[in-house]
Design a protein around this ligand. Structure first.
Ligand code: FES
Length: 85
């Protein structure tokens, strides 16, 4: 089973712009939903595009400027699409 890789930029700009809340929201969701073993949640150094952050990547697709609720929805949708999880 290949895990869904969710990468959060933990550089200071993205962290301050919202990825700190996104990290808390994702960790909480993964624990409560039982999907913790299906997702690799990875912290990243600065992804090099701070002005458009906060930056995240889900399965190699980069998203910019999203708040925690929007990221959570993308992860929920990505998990729902995965037939192998
Ligand atoms: S801190 Fe996230 S892109 Fe620079």
């Amino acid at each position: 089973m290949k895990k869904l890789v969710v990468e959060l930029c933990m550089g200071s700009s993205c962290f301050a712009r919202g990825n700190s809340q996104t990290l808390v929201a994702l960790e909480s969701y993964l624990q409560d939903s039982g999907y913790a073993d299906c997702v690799d949640l990875v912290g990243h150094l600065c992804m090099g595009d701070c002005s458009k952050g906060p930056n995240i990547r889900i399965a190699d697709t980069t998203y910019q400027g999203l708040v925690a609720e929007e990221v959570l929805q993308l992860v929920v949708d990505a998990l729902a699409e995965r037939k192998d999880l």
